[in-house]
Structure formats: C-alpha cells, structure tokens
Write a protein that binds this ligand. Structure first.
Ligand SMILES: [Zn+2]
Length: 379
C-alpha cells in the first residue's frame, strides 16, 4: 500500500474588484481569473468587498454606494470558486471611511467619527460607540446571510496611524474613561501611569469589536472562519492599538494574515520577513493557522523575479502554515505589471512553489504542541 503525502498549506490570493461593470464582460473576467487561480493551486480567495462607503457586492442594504449594480461579483466568485474547490473569505475594511476627510457614512453620522486630540473629526469610525459596532457587524452579517462564503477577513481593524494625530478624544471616549479612572484622558501627560491605561482602554475598543464580530460570525455558522490582516511586529500595539496577540489568544480569530511587507523585499529585507514569521509563531504558538501576506506589489514597488520564490521559501522554513499573496492584479498575466511581455514571471514562480495541490489547515493545528516544546528548548 503506497502512502501519498498530503500537503497542508494555506495559499491565498488577495483580489481587488477591477472587473468590468458590464455584466457579460465582468462575469467572463471573474471566471477567467478564478480558473487561472485554481489552476495555479491556490486554495482560498480573499476579494475586497467593502472599502469605506462602497460595496463590491450587490446585495447590500447597509453600505451607501454600490460599485456593481448590473451584476454581482461576489455571487459569481463564490459559485466559480466553490466549483473549483477554493474557499472564499471576503475582505471587509472596517472603520475607515474617508481617511483624512469624512466619507459618506460619517457625513451621515458625524457623531460616529473619531476626534483627534486637537479636536478635528477624521474619516475613521469610532469603535467605542455602540452604533458603530452595530454598523460594522451589520456589514459582515449581510455578506454572510446573502452569500455562501467560507468566512470573513477583517482589514483596517485598528485605530488610524498616529500620523493622523492622537485619537479618539470624542466626548464619549473621554467620559467613559473618566467614569472608570477618574481622569479626563485629554489631561494626561505622557509617561503618567494612567497614560498607559488610556492606551489599553483604546486598544480594548478594537479588541471588543473583533470579539463582537467573531461572536456574530460563529453564530451564523459554526464552520465559518474569521481572519484578520495585521502587522506581524509589535509596533501596531502602540502605533494603531491593534492587539492581535490578544485576539488570537482569546479565541476571536480562526486564522491570521500577518503582514510580510517591508515595502521592499530585496536582499536585507528578506531577513526581516524571516524574523517577522518567527516572531509571529512565538507569539501565537500556532493556536490558529497563520498565512503570511507576501506583497508582490507594495508602495515600495514590485518583487523582482526570484524574490517571490524566496519569500515563499522563508514562510515554509519558518513554519508558517501558508502564504497569502498580495495581489492578483500584480500576478495575472494580462494586466499585471509584466503584461508588456505577455507573461508574468511572478505567477510562474507561484505556480512553481505550488506545484502540488494543498489543503487548507484546520483551525487547531496538531503540531502546536511540538512547536511549544521546540520553542522551550530554544528560548
Ligand atoms: Zn471616541
């Protein structure tokens, strides 16, 4: 009796909604994309479905703007992907609506906007407000209820970068903190003991939003998975109040998509990717599968031939449970970055790395015990 070794590895692809608005053309484009994604042995698709005030799925009664009114990208993606054995986790960009200025949702509900220390409203919804939490939950809910998806990925699940100014100093947050700690946070000075509590308090607003969404997702389907994208380093705990280790340890997430982006992969930054993957595993102890996001394109440019294989090799060597490549637009041959030569060497690299088909890991990995033991020896 011969034993065939089963490959277990998450292989995701981020995909932006850049299809034609015209139904026949748009549907054909999705079908062509998914066909090639499946042939390239990816096993899950992460399509951006909500950004700010816009929905890329048609059946939204929550979001004010529909990008597609003549046909429904998510409906076609789910059907095609499932036919080809791929899972679908739509990406919901939470909280941010407009960025520096207010988007349509926040214009309608200006009291939901975060407020900076110097009193400016910004285009981010405040996760401390119960109405905002319900709004965010309702978006996730309508996607799950209307489409046969396998889960949801949260992006922008955090505070804005501190470049926007310190937030959130709205009356609601200030009075809630004061109720608990007796001090208006706007009066706190840096390095005061309570300043740390104020950071914790804000961090916890984001964590509680993740908790609430997680409860809703799992109530809607026991098999549905909730994932989130975040930086793999520690900076985000301080820079954007994203306490992702807590989300994992408290059981809110079923998988994670830590960033592997250093804006440039060449040479030295590959060692940053390696360190980042190892760091991530030491924090999460493989409680859930983690698929490191490899940015084929980023604000720093595009990977050079050879670098994608290198990055995937690092993910494997460091024991990540898979990779998610950002994004399909930079990999696919027709409109991708290498389209001028009619061939995409980076897609060829992905296909080489994924030569054998692989299954997506389960929620609880059975090698976490041995990892814990091996880390104990190393630390
Ligand atoms: Zn606030």
């Amino acid at each position: 009796m011969s034993e065939v070794e089963e490959v277990i590895e998450g292989r995701g692809i981020y995909i932006h909604a850049v299809w034609s608005k015209e139904p026949d053309k748009g549907v054909a484009e999705v079908k062509e994309d998914i066909d090639l994604i499946a042939k390239s042995n990816f096993n899950f698709i992460a399509p951006y479905m909500r950004s700010g005030d816009r929905a890329n799925y048609r059946k939204s009664s929550v979001l004010p703007k529909l990008n597609y009114t003549e046909w429904d990208p998510l409906e076609v993606i789910v059907e095609e992907a499932h036919n080809k054995g791929l899972e679908v986790y739509p990406i919901v960009c939470t909280l941010v609506d407009g960025g520096f200025k207010l988007g349509e949702i926040l214009n309608k509900h200006p009291d939901w906007a975060m407020i900076t220390k110097d009193g400016r409203k910004i285009g981010w919804a405040d996760p401390a407000k119960p109405e905002v939490i319900e709004y965010e939950v309702s978006i996730v809910k309508e996607i799950i209820e209307n489409y046969d998806v396998d889960g949801i990925i949260l992006d922008y699940i955090r505070f804005p970068e501190r470049d926007y100014g310190e937030t959130c100093y709205c009356n609601h947050c200030r009075s809630k903190f004061k109720e608990e700690y007796g001090v208006d946070p706007i009066k706190l000075k840096e390095r005061e003991p309570l300043a740390d509590k104020w950071d914790d308090w804000r961090r916890e607003r984001v964590s509680l939003l993740v908790k609430r969404i997680s409860e809703e997702v799992h109530k809607l389907g026991a098999d549905l998975k909730l994932g989130a994208y975040f930086y793999a380093g520690v900076t985000n705990r301080y820079y954007v109040f994203q306490d992702w280790p807590a989300w994992i340890r408290r059981g809110y997430l079923d998988f994670s998509l830590p960033s592997g982006s250093f804006y440039e992969y060449a040479s030295a930054n590959m060692s940053l990717l390696r360190r980042s993957c190892l760091f991530h595993r030491r924090v999460t102890l493989d409680i859930i599968p983690s698929y490191v996001t490899i940015h084929v394109t980023s604000s720093g440019g595009v990977l050079k031939p050879g670098e994608l294989l290198w990055a995937i090799k690092i993910a494997r060597e460091t024991g990540m449970q898979g990779v998610a490549l950002f994004d399909w637009e930079s990999l696919e041959p027709k409109t991708g970055i290498y389209s001028f030569i009619g061939y995409n060497p980076l897609l060829a690299e992905a296909r080489m790395a994924f030569a054998k088909k692989a299954k997506i890991p389960h929620r609880v990995t059975n090698y976490s015990k041995s990892l814990r033991e091996s880390l104990r020896v190393q630390v």
